[in-house]
Design a protein around this ligand. Structure first.
Ligand SMILES: Nc1ncnc2c1ncn2[C@@H]1O[C@H](COP(=O)(O)OP(=O)(O)OP(=O)(O)O)[C@@H](O)[C@H]1O
Length: 599
């Protein structure tokens, strides 16, 4: 669907409020149309001494002192004051209502965008800059506000005002009225000329703003590295570059908008001058009265209002359409993890996993060359109650392997089966709710410790949270904090040490009653004693689950039920510690190497 009509389809969702807003705006428009008439009454009938025409004479006679010159003047001025006041009140109420409706639409669109972002695959998020997505979420969603408040309402009302004025002007003088409409094709031509450049300039401006935001976001997130390496100057210089590009795009956008506005003003001004000249000529020729010309010229002056509003609305339609494109790009992105329309939905998930000839490569961007195989025909099984350790040198595909279990990615070939079902046939929510994760870089939210531990579970009790923390050897250090479990963590838990963050992440995983537990180097920042204690607790709780444990410290995984050894994406060995040592191959070489390193 075209961007602008699609934006307007959101407006329909608040149609009762919009109808009221239109009704208020129409009333305001009618008042505006009435505004010049008291002028004619004063000039022609009060000052000019002409007789009031039939209806007006009857109305005046019905009013106290309406049939006297002073009375008529007082009533006419009174009417003008009432029109002015009523117009102001209606404008205020209308504006407040439109703002309320528009914010509802903006929040709705932002909510839809956020929901979509949460569903989009990891591959999508790895390609997108976070700052740019924030820009789309926080700024570009206002396109729907602009579409309603700056395009739809003023556009329709101004068009009706224009038509109303034309009808009235035509009654005074058809030739002049037609002449005053010469402005319309002039404005249409200006829009045709400017729509393309305005669209491109707006798009570039918001794209540059997104890049700027992303740069600032990354610089602030990496502030420790920046300060530690004394690279503030480098980032400052880079910021200047981003700011300059943004400034250039901003100026171009504003300049094109200003040029469009000036061209529309010139078109309006020229047509007004022509009509004024012709009008004066027709008064001289005796075709219309001086009062008629006054009414006509005040309509003509008033005409510039709706005409300008229409040209502004058309410009706003282009700008909101450009912003909408950035929102719809995300909404229309098909990079969600695909789900079957009729998934298999087993009542319970036991955690029986089977990798069947699985190969995988990350999708590369166009400029990154051909995809590299990260997992190469990997096959193995893991049963409930088993602790499966995955080992191998760095970059061999260990994290990638476990990320297939949560369906962060799908295999390029082969299958991963859970309880006999291909993961792609299971409902995604069900699959993910049966998996508990501790990621290599534990992410903590800037909320309390208790909320962080409780993240994966609906309303756990405090004692359950404490128990999970005890299992993760985190209870003691949390209890020593002045605010204990209520301690609020900074961004990404920056107020804690690396080992403390890891233990909170482990507690979060422990609390979740899932049939699969994935621990990706969960204890790399812990001392040997704490690590041993956590592993012991884990071994006790692991009896009911299938546990995957990735570690570079082979001493920690000696007691695993199965050890899988990856080498350059291939599964080269699998078995218990003693068997693999006996094989004298990759694992035993790695193990011997680490033993020597300890000595
Ligand atoms: N999102 C990604 N896009 C492209 N390549 C990736 C991506 N993530 C990982 N890789 C590449 O895939 C390979 C395997 O990475 P993976 O993280 O699975 O290794 P690993 O064995 O867990 O390493 P480590 O022990 O260092 O954590 C690496 O060469 C890595 O560079």
């Amino acid at each position: 669907m075209n961007r602008f009509p699609r934006l307007l389809s959101y407006a329909i969702t608040v149609w009762p409020g919009l109808l009221v807003a239109f009704a208020i705006a129409f009333s305001g428009m009618l008042l505006e149309l009435l505004r010049p008439w008291p002028l004619k009454v004063v000039v022609d009938y009060v000052l000019g001494g002409q007789d009031l025409p039939g209806t007006l004479a009857a109305m005046a006679a019905a009013l106290p002192y309406g049939d006297t010159t002073q009375g008529l003047l007082a009533w006419t001025i009174g009417t003008l004051v009432v029109i002015t006041l009523a117009s102001a009140v209606l404008t205020y109420i209308g504006t407040a209502l439109v703002v309320k409706l528009c914010y509802r639409l903006v929040h709705g669109l932002a909510g839809e965008l956020f929901a979509k972002l949460q569903r989009l695959s990891l591959s999508y998020h790895q390609k997108q800059a976070g700052g740019d997505l924030i820009q789309r979420m926080s700024q570009d969603v206002y396109c729907v506000h602009m579409a309603v408040s700056a395009v739809l309402l003023p556009g329709v009302i101004s068009l009706c005002t224009l038509i109303g004025m034309f009808v009235i002007l035509a009654q005074i003088d058809v030739t002049l009225a037609l002449m005053s409409m010469v402005v319309v094709p002039g404005l249409a031509g200006a829009l045709l000329l400017f729509a393309g450049p305005m669209d491109r300039a707006t798009r570039r401006r918001y794209d540059e703003l997104g890049s700027f935001m992303s740069f600032v976001d990354q610089a602030i997130s990496g502030i420790k590295v920046v300060q530690g390496f004394n690279r503030e100057d480098l980032l400052q210089a880079k910021l200047q570059g981003y700011a300059q590009r943004l400034g250039g795009a901003y100026q171009r956008d504003v300049n094109i908008g200003a040029a469009y506005k000036q061209v529309t003003l010139i078109v309006t001004g020229l047509s007004t001058a022509a009509v004024l000249g012709l009008g004066a000529w027709r008064v001289i020729g005796g075709h219309i009265s001086l009062g008629d010309l006054l009414v006509f010229t005040s309509y003509l002056a008033a005409l510039s209002g709706p005409i300008e509003a229409i040209s502004v609305a058309l410009g706003a339609a282009v700008v909101s359409g450009s912003q909408a494109r950035r929102v719809f790009e995300v909404l229309d992105s098909g990079e969600e993890v695909p789900e079957r329309a009729d998934p298999v939905d087993p009542p319970v998930i036991r955690g029986d996993l089977q990798f069947e000839d699985v190969s995988f490569c990350y999708v590369q961007r166009g400029d990154e060359g051909p995809p590299r195989t990260v997992l190469d025909h990997v096959s193995f099984t893991a049963s409930p109650g088993e602790i499966v350790a995955i080992v191998g040198a760095t970059g061999m595909g260990k994290s990638t392997l476990v990320s297939l279990i949560s369906r962060f990615y799908d295999p390029a070939s082969g299958r991963v089966l859970l309880d006999g079902h291909d993961l792609r046939d299971l409902p995604l929510r069900k699959l993910r709710s049966s998996v508990s994760l501790v990621l290599q870089e534990p992410y903590l939210f800037p909320v309390s410790i208790a909320e962080n531990i409780a993240f994966g579970v609906e309303d756990p009790s405090l004692s359950q949270i404490h128990e999970a923390a005890r299992m993760a050897c985190a209870h003691d250090f949390i209890s020593r904090l002045p605010l204990g479990y209520a301690t609020n963590l900074g961004e990404s838990g920056s107020s804690l040490s690396g080992g403390e963050r890891q233990r909170i992440a482990i507690a979060r995983a422990m609390l979740r009653p899932s049939s699969i537990l994935i621990l990706d180097e969960p204890t790399s920042a812990l001392d040997a004693r704490t690590e041993a204690q956590i592993l012991q607790n884990l071994a006790q709780s692991a009896r009911a689950r299938t546990t995957f444990f990735i570690s570079h410290r082979l001493s920690t995984i000696k007691h695993a039920d199965k050890i899988i050894v990856l080498d350059d994406g291939r599964l080269v060995e699998a078995g218990r510690h003693e068997e693999l040592i006996g094989n004298g191959a990759t694992y035993s070489a790695l193990y011997r190497h680490q033993e020597l390193a300890v000595l």
